[in-house]
Design a protein. Sequence first.
Lengths: 462, 340
Amino acid sequence: MSKSQLTRRGLLKTSALAGAGLALPTIFTGRASAYTNEPTGGTVTLGFNIPLTGPYSEEGKDELRAQQLAVEHLNGEGDGGMISTFSSKTLKGNGILGKKVQYVSGDTQTKSDAARASAQSMIQKDGAVMINGGSSSGVAVAVQSLCQEAGVIFMAGLTHSNDTTGKDKKANGFRHFCDAYMSGAALAPVLAKAYGKERRFYSLTADYTWGWTQSASMQKFLTDEGWQLVEDIRTPVGAGDFSSYITPVLNSGADVLILNEYGGDMVNSLTQSVQFGLRDKQVNGKNFEIIVPLYSELMAKGAGDAIKGVFGSANWTWTLQNEGTKAFVKSFGTKYGFPPSNSAQTCYAQILLYADAVERAGSFEPCAIVAALEQNTGSLESIDSPSNKGYVFDGLGNGKTLYRSADHQCFKDMVVLKGKDNPANEYDSLEIVDVTPADKVWYEPDNEMFAGGDLGKCNNGA
Amino acid sequence: MDAFLLQILNGLDKGSAYALIALGLTLIFGTLGVVNFAHGALFMIGAFCAVTLQRLLNLSFVTLDPSQTDFLGNPLKVETPYIEAWFGKAFGNALIDWSVPLAIIFAIPIMVGIGFAMERGLIKHFYRRPHADQILVTFGLAIVLQEIVKYFFGANPIQTSAPEELTGVANLGAAIGMQLPYPLWRITYFLFASVIIGGVFAFLQFTTFGMVVRAGMADRETVGLLGINIDRRFTIMFGVAAAVAGLAGVMYGPILSPNYHMGMDFLVLSFVVVVVGGMGSLPGAVLAGFLLGILQSFASTTWASTTIPGINQIIIYLVAIVVLLTRPRGLMGRKGVMEE
């Protein structure tokens, strides 16, 4: 047996010294910088937190492609994409504030705890000054509050729950994507026009924050149009076989089915509803219809023929005919060989908006960036409201857009889509039915569906 | 009444998948005494056999059509499946359309092969180890298989469609003057499962091979002493069990678009089915599969889920607890199985 030289007292002494040694650098950096992860060298690091595993990983991969493209464009590589169409002309292709942009990425696994852990690691170990990405509202809300505590900026990716900029809003967090309220507001008039005012609807709702707010929003706007709710059933996330939820619809007297489902659940509930013959049914003398409030191009692809003729809404789609969209589709399509999705566009836009805010603020300090994104540069037309103010921009694919300072939510035109009957190619599955102007989807920050939250104060961390 | 019968149909349909998976699990447990947590992965691989065949049949060559343009304004790339070019448009299309049923033929040798490889390559070495070791190693294998499938096919569900002739709805109640519309493919699935279950039972009951296997399940040592190579037969049964799980997966594709973790979703439930049916009892596994399928169906109805919220998620486990408390060996379990 070997004899250990270590005594208990010795061990304590050594660990105390080692502990002090390890703590030393943070004491110094803590004093030296005014905020979390102040970039001191020639580079700045952005953190991309996306689902690379789990049910939404295809969305995650598409977000990462767009994020890599945005970094290239910020550093002056490639064709520059939407930098040339962006109304703010601060970005010159020389990085951000002259610092070359680099990035780290982490896997959220579409789980709140894993997403927080990977964001934390990117902030603490890799020195990320901003976190961007994600494809679930549960994750977005969790990561947003982490960024608020840590003192970095959160530029949300695909998150559609009203809560993200409602009861869970935070000063350090910003959402470019639309929310459930806007989808309801944009869809209801189109649906009433297409299917009439006398409809009875049944809804199946994913049982978590996004599903609840999505269902509440659809109910509000459809009943405003004169439709009647028959039943709203909550289904577990990942239910797989929806037959037990679909068969009661057959004899419920409803003539419309709303599927507040996302990801694999949306694909399964939709294809199974079609298999049960719902689309071929006649109820109350009308054709039975199915509606998917939130569309994603990647899921439309998964559902195949089942989406033909089905209405839904989106934040953006690659077939829009504005200059920003054309520029983005061209550079994304050239690099990857297929058009970008909703989630790709929102991440790309968020990164450019962040870079622009830093340039305008002249600093990476979070509170300065928050101030730049809250800066009152104008308002949207035909909306008479004291809260109609904030940072106004154009050229990022959605037309004129307002980053509302009151709650850090973007307001812009909404896209209403419908599954195409005769797609020309595999990317051409959805057609644009209507572009609903921003004033038709506008709401006040204290709207009952968004009430209860507080932005609080921006946090510089450190 | 209509709604009631429809839920029974739903239950039979769900139960078919449970019964097929549980049947395979019980076969493996009864013969080899191994608790196979990779069995769900075999179901998933079966479903991906259908996806693979669909992709193979859809392999295309690309021609440029200058009269049309793609989304970037370049000449449109038109893809024509080789199979259409070789066999003509009508026959080629029919082959692609029937890819899921055709995948049955394609899947049997693959699944039996995977079953043999699993048993000879890995599980064989764990016969004398405790059940906990067997569970760990097969669970690990399941994760590895999942990740391999995800690497090649991605994480999103992949749509596999039933043949045109078998999509649509049949009114099962027409003869008795009722409205019972039910998807044709789900009816097909139930019939298919019944045939497979019947086939497995007939094989075990009416063939010499089956008789030896049954004897081996009852008393392995005595059969071995009679000079019969029981291990080889058990390996073959492992292949059969893998094929049963795989076929259950192949035909389930049009009902549930295959994704890489669909096996895990079914595995846990199938274990409950096996335990409720009685460890080692084949009729028990089938009975419990259908029973729990029907129960789960009813628990998901509006009435049940509004009366007791969340009942659809826990009903199976509640029933399992009640059954185990009243009949500790399960519904049809025999004495001496998994007992010292």
